[in-house]
Design a protein around this ligand. Structure first.
Ligand code: HEM
Length: 270
């Protein structure tokens, strides 16, 4: 296979460049604005000297994107934002939540909703945010499918995406039981029974989710552990791998975009 020509790196962003000397300033006296700008450079330099992180940051953030990139390409970042919002609001909810089926779970949610400052707002964000994330993940998957972004060399990122989709749905399903009201209880019984009808693994999966043959106290703590420990950990790790591959491979151009012979590429090939 022919070797890809190496493209020149993107330019350093303006904020990281040394400002030019001010004309007509023999004493080298700086304006407060200039001093503030240089303080920024000094801090970045200080951190970079000790960590060498600027290279990685440039690699991650300052990339060339193909011509024709449009609003549909923001759906992945929107999903990421929805996930981060869920993580932050979830941490606050976890500060009050008690996974106790004998009334404690329901009572702790009632307390958050009615008595905690901004509790109803944070709970609302988490509840509606979960639907937003599910909708966005499907739209993002649709975009990558219809733009052919699942093809070589991005197959692995598609496979990671499929696992991310399953994990996102698992978050929605396990979170639904946590308020432990009538709706949560009966809806989850229906959900677990539907799982049980799956081929081969179905019955094992529903037994595992119930934490035994009966729907009881273990079920709630099991759902809670899956919802706030197991799946978020997997999501963070896999989103990291997903974004690494996006950065490494770049994004695909829209299928209708025609290739252009560019001056830059011709020069790099010589
Ligand atoms: C938690 C869920 C997910 C997050 C946070 C996420 C995030 C992202 C981001 C930020 C990008 C780069 C920007 C873009 O193309 O939109 C991306 C690209 C991509 N994603 Fe996802 N994604 C998720 C789920 C999925 C799913 C469910 C699939 C498919 C089954 C998928 C497949 C892909 C592919 C193939 C690319 C490369 C697109 C290209 O090269 O043009 N992702 N993802």
């Amino acid at each position: 296979m022919p070797k890809m020509p190496k493209l020149p790196g993107p330019p350093l962003p303006a904020a990281l460049r040394e400002p030019p000397p001010r004309p007509g300033d023999p004493n080298g006296k700086k304006t407060p604005l200039q001093e503030a700008a240089e303080a920024g450079i000094t801090v970045v330099d200080w951190v970079d000297e000790r960590t060498s992180l600027s290279g990685a940051t440039r690699w991650l953030l300052f990339r060339k994107v193909p011509k024709g990139t449009n609003w549909f390409y923001t759906l992945g970042s929107a999903t990421l934002f929805a996930f981060l919002s869920q993580a932050v609001t979830g941490v606050f909810l976890a500060m009050y939540y008690r996974p106790d089926p004998a009334g404690g779970a329901y009572e702790s949610i009632r307390y958050v909703t009615n008595d905690v400052f901004l509790g109803q707002f944070v709970r609302g964000m988490h509840k509606w945010g979960s639907s937003v994330m599910v909708i966005l993940v499907f739209l993002h998957m649709g975009r990558t499918f219809f733009f052919g972004a699942y093809k070589y060399p991005r197959e692995l990122n598609w496979v990671i995406g499929v696992v991310l989709l399953i994990l996102t749905l698992t978050m929605s399903f396990t979170g639904y039981l946590l308020p432990f009201d009538q709706r949560a209880y009966w809806a989850t019984i229906v959900g677990v029974n539907i799982n049980g009808t799956g081929p081969l693994l179905g019955p094992y999966l529903s037994d595992f989710l119930r934490g035994g043959s009966e729907f009881g106290a273990t079920t709630l703590s099991r759902f809670y552990a899956i919802h706030m420990l197991l799946v978020p950990g997997l999501l963070v790790a896999l989103i990291g791998a997903h974004l690494y591959l996006v950065t490494k491979l770049g994004t695909t151009a829209p299928p209708w975009q025609k290739a252009e012979s560019s001056e830059e590429l011709r020069e790099a090939e010589v």
